[in-house]
Structures are given as structure tokens and as C-alpha cells.
Design a protein around this ligand. Structure first.
Ligand SMILES: [Zn+2]
Length: 316
């Protein structure tokens, strides 16, 4: 029996899913992400894998392949993770270490690239979309791009890193060393800063707080307008750059739901109204990832499957 195990390492939790050769789920599990210690993180991933196999009454000998998604720069050929700042991983040979311990093929991919594959494979299974961009709006902002059915990584694995495109050269400093990156305007921490400025008496503020407050507070409304503009521009860049079929939005910020997406759609409509050029481009559909769908886990499962020497029973 073919069994593929996908693991998505996030900043707060590690999620795993074990499926059979027809992508039917056999077991799933989550663990809190151990912070700051690469060895503890690695051991947690191994423990999660063992736990899922046990839940499915399987052993390591039954496992066919493993895929791991991680927020950081990934050399997908070697499985080495670089610059995963939030996980304190740098030049960490995650893929080769796991493969040696488990004695199965292991692929490692950047989490947003993986989510793009997951969205492409699972949301458009009939082949309705061949080229899909997944825009993640979370702690960071980045896109993953599937072109003609293939994940496009670029030369350095950086394709789609639009969070570090500069929208305001005189704006706030970004962690990357530039000023006014898109990420400084529309990522989760930026929204928390906007909300804090609008609601200085509150302690912990989420994107949902910011959108709720925008109904009654002009500062919060202005911040929401900036976020709306930034997201709409990001969508436009992806369309202009790749001329793709579908854009999928995901990440914590999108969980705000209708108050988040409706102004973005209205902004794009307004852009289109005045421009015959944009009218030809915006045939692409914009969808928000369902909150209960872990695109990253499904993405690494599909990538692990594709990397198998003989991908038997492969089904989209
Ligand atoms: Zn930046």
C-alpha cells in the first residue's frame, strides 16, 4: 500500500496528515511548535510522524514518502532550510536528516510554495485552472505560483516573494532591510500596529479587531483602506506578472472573512472600470482558501508523490 505523510511546520503548530495512495486520509495530528531549538523541533516532527503511523496501525516500514513544508528559504533539491527566522533554523539539513532517520524519501518545500500546490491540486481537481497563484497573508506576505501545472520556484526558490516588493520607498523599515515593503503594510503584525494605533487602550489586537473597529473609527478605517489597497495591488501584480487562471488568498488575515474580501473585490472592480487593459486581465477568479483546508499539508503530500521514482496510482 502507498502511504504518504505530509507535515506543515508553522510558527505555532506542526500539522500532519497521513494519506493512502488514493489520497484518502488515514490519520492526522498536530503538535505545538517548539520554539528556538532546532533539535527540539526536529524531534517533534519525528514524534508527530510516529504518532500518526501508530494511529493508523502502521509502522515506518509501511511509509512510502514524506513531505515537509516549512516557512523559510528551502533548497528543494537538498532539503536544506535557510533563513527560517521564526523557527531559528538556518542551513539546517532537514530533508537529509529525516530521510536518514526514517529510511524513506523526504521532500522539503517552502510552506507557501507548498500551499500553492495544495490549492492547485485540491481546489481545481477537474483541471479548471492550470496556472494558480496562492497569496498568503499571515505573519508574512508571500505568493506561491503554479504555472501550467508545475510549481515555479525561480532560480533561488524566491519566485513569488512579493511581500518584499516596495510600495512606499519612504515607508516603515522591513525586516529584510528595505523600506516600505508590501509586508510592512498588509501582514498580520502590520495590521496589529494599525489596530494598536486606532485602539491604544487595548492589549491584544487581531486583524478581526481592526476590521470591526473600522466601522466606528476613522483611523482604523484608514488602516483597512491601506490594507485593501495593498492586497488588491498584490493581486494585480500576480495577474500582470503571470497571467494566471486563478488567485487563491489564504493565511490568518483572510479569516476575517467578508469584511476583508469584499473591499478588495470592490477595489479591483473600481480599477477595472476605468481600464480596458485591466478588463481583459481580470478574467481570473479570486477565491479565499476555506479555513478548514490545510493547503500546505496537501501540497507537500502531492510534491512527495510526484517525487517518487514511479508515481503509481497518481491522481490529481
Ligand atoms: Zn521587506
Amino acid at each position: 500500500m502507498t502511504t504518504i505523510l505530509g507535515v506543515d511546520i508553522g510558527g505555532t503548530k506542526i500539522a500532519g496528515l497521513l494519506v493512502d495512495g488514493h489520497h484518502r486520509p488515514l490519520a492526522q495530528a498536530t503538535l505545538p511548535t517548539p520554539s528556538t531549538d532546532p533539535v527540539a523541533l526536529y524531534r517533534a516532527v519525528v514524534a508527530l510522524i510516529g504518532d500518526m503511523l501508530a494511529r493508523a496501525n502502521l509502522t515506518l516500514a509501511d511509509l512510502t514518502a514524506v513531505g515537509v513544508g516549512v516557512p523559510g528559504q528551502v533548497n528543494s533539491a537538498s532539503g536544506t532550510v535557510t533563513n527560517a527566522v521564526n523557527l531559528n533554523l538556518d542551513h539546517y539539513p532537514l530533508g537529509s536528516t529525516l530521510a536518514a532517520e526514517l529510511s524513506v524519501p523526504v521532500i522539503v518545500e517552502n510552506d507557501v510554495r507548498a500551499a500553492a500546490v495544495g490549492a492547485y491540486q485540491r481546489l481545481f481537481p477537474t483541471g479548471a485552472a492550470r496556472s494558480v497563484a496562492y497569496l498568503n497573508l499571515g505573519t508574512g506576505v508571500a505568493a506561491g505560483v503554479v504555472l501550467n501545472g508545475q510549481l515555479y520556484r525561480g532560480r533561488r526558490g524566491m519566485a513569488g516573494e512579493i511581500g518584499h516588493m516596495v510600495v512606499d520607498p519612504d515607508g516603515e523599515w522591513c525586516n529584510c532591510g528595505q523600506r516600505g515593503c508590501l509586508e510592512t503594510v498588509i501582514a498580520g503584525p502590520a495590521m496589529a500596529r494599525h489596530a494598536q494605533a486606532a485602539l491604544p487602550e487595548s492589549d491584544v489586537l487581531s486583524p478581526a479587531d481592526l476590521y470591526r473597529t473600522a466601522a466606528t473609527d476613522s483611523g482604523a478605517a484608514a488602516a483597512v483602506a491601506r490594507v485593501t489597497q495593498g492586497v488588491a495591488l498584490a493581486v494585480q501584480w500576480l495577474l500582470m506578472t503571470y497571467d494566471i487562471d486563478q488567485i487563491v488568498l489564504g493565511g490568518g488575515v483572510t479569516r476575517v472573512g467578508a469584511p476583508f474580501i469584499q473591499p478588495v473585490l470592490a477595489y479591483l472592480d473600481a480599477m477595472r472600470e476605468t481600464s480596458p487593459l485591466l478588463q481583459t486581465l481580470y478574467s481570473a477568479d479570486l477565491v479565499v482558501l476555506p479555513a478548514d483546508f490545510n493547503a500546505g499539508v496537501w501540497g507537500v503530500i502531492h510534491l512527495a508523490r510526484e517525487a517518487m521514482p514511479t508515481p503509481t496510482n497518481f491522481q490529481r
